[in-house]
Write a new protein. Structure first.
Ligand code: CP
Length: 344
């Protein structure tokens, strides 16, 4: 697809060649993300980072990615400090913010809200997570990480065997990852969750319709055997009716070094979208794995910067200008973005 000016709302928009294109641009971003080179290719451009749910990685890495490309970042965090609490519609909000911005990232607690916002936006919108629905850029950075980790192990994405563990009902990162895996070949997915927190039927059916093998497990020790990647998730407490309801599921599946050594194949990659819940009641991914070289969680977060830089470069059409950039301003605002009054 031609990414220029496009919204990125769901991984369902992406073909295999789209994913490969994003990964190829992400590779080119490494020297810039690592501060070996500097580019100002997005000087003059403005990102609006609208986060109406808690975030550390997504908000800051989108902001850092934009800054690394030379652009400026506006932010608003929390519904309480936004005029949405005064009853402003997402449509009005989008028309206002898109007048201030060249690209927008939004996280919102309601599934479908980012797509609804995007319909009225004159600037491209990236979904930073909408309720328990999707988190497409997390899935892209996860898949990019999986590909790199598999490459080190002389394996490829086609033929991947992955166990997804934990809250598969409410975890938007795992929903997007499972949907994105559809575009590859011969995938085996172990779904390891308490019966009440199984992945949505639609997500499972789509994987099966694409010809992939899906196996259900409610015992951790069985589900994590014979896979290349363990993708562990947190119980999404914020989606439950109460903390008391969520606590029933916390701590049911815990991966620690002893469990890993006993049940996983050697060099199984350990991933988690983070944050992991380190409180005593949860600990789905133990800190005793922190010195295990197969723990890829902080490589995931580093890769998030590359993927988000790549998406900005593709959407704002500066991929080919980055390496040859020399002047302070290589990017220009598109005058067509300005909303014209209907009577003009
Ligand atoms: N993985 C992720 O979305 O992290 P944050 O909630 O900190 O952004």
């Amino acid at each position: 697809m031609n990414f220029v000016g496009k919204h990125i709302l769901s991984v369902a928009q992406l073909s295999r060649s789209d994913v490969e294109q994003i990964f190829s641009v992400a590779d080119k971003m490494i020297p810039y993300a690592q501060r070996q080179r500097i580019t100002r290719v997005l000087a003059g451009a403005i990102l609006s980072n609208l986060f109406f749910e808690a975030s550390t990685r997504t908000r800051l890495s989108f902001g850092a990615a934009f800054n690394l490309l030379g652009g400026n970042v506006l932010e608003t965090t929390g519904l309480a400090s936004s005029s949405l609490v005064k009853g402003e519609s997402l449509q009005d909000f989008a028309r206002v913010i898109s007048g201030y911005s060249d690209v927008i990232v939004m996280r919102h607690p309601d599934a479908g809200s980012v797509a609804e916002f995007a319909e009225s936006s004159r600037s491209p919108v990236l979904n930073g997570g909408d309720g328990s629905n999707e988190h497409p850029t997390q899935a892209l950075l996860d898949l990019y990480t999986i590909e790199k980790e598999l490459n080190y192990r002389r394996k490829s994405l086609d033929g991947l065997r992955i166990a997804v563990v934990g809250d598969l009902k409410y975890g938007r990162a795992v929903h997007s990852l499972l949907k994105l895996l559809k575009v590859f070949h011969n995938i085996t997915v172990h779904m390891v969750s308490p019966p009440d927190l199984r992945a949505p039927e639609r997500v499972i059916a789509e994987l099966q319709e694409a010809g992939h093998e899906v196996r259900d497990f409610d015992q951790l020790e069985l589900g994590i055997q014979a896979v290349d990647v363990l993708y562990v998730t947190r119980t999404q407490e914020e989606r439950f009716s109460s903390a008391a309801e969520a606590i029933k599921y916390k701590g049911l599946f815990r991966i620690n070094q002893a469990v890993y050594t006993q049940h996983c194949e050697p060099n199984t990659v350990i991933m988690h979208p983070l944050p992991r819940d380190s409180r005593e009641t949860a600990q789905e991914l133990s800190e005793d794995l922190d010195s295990n070289p197969n723990l890829a969680v902080f490589r995931q977060t580093d890769n998030g910067l590359l993927i988000r830089m790549a998406l900005f470069a593709l959407i704002l059409d500066v991929v080919d200008k980055i390496e040859f950039h020399s002047a302070p301003v290589a990017w220009r605002a598109d005058p067509k973005k300005w909303e014209q009054p209907p009577f003009d």
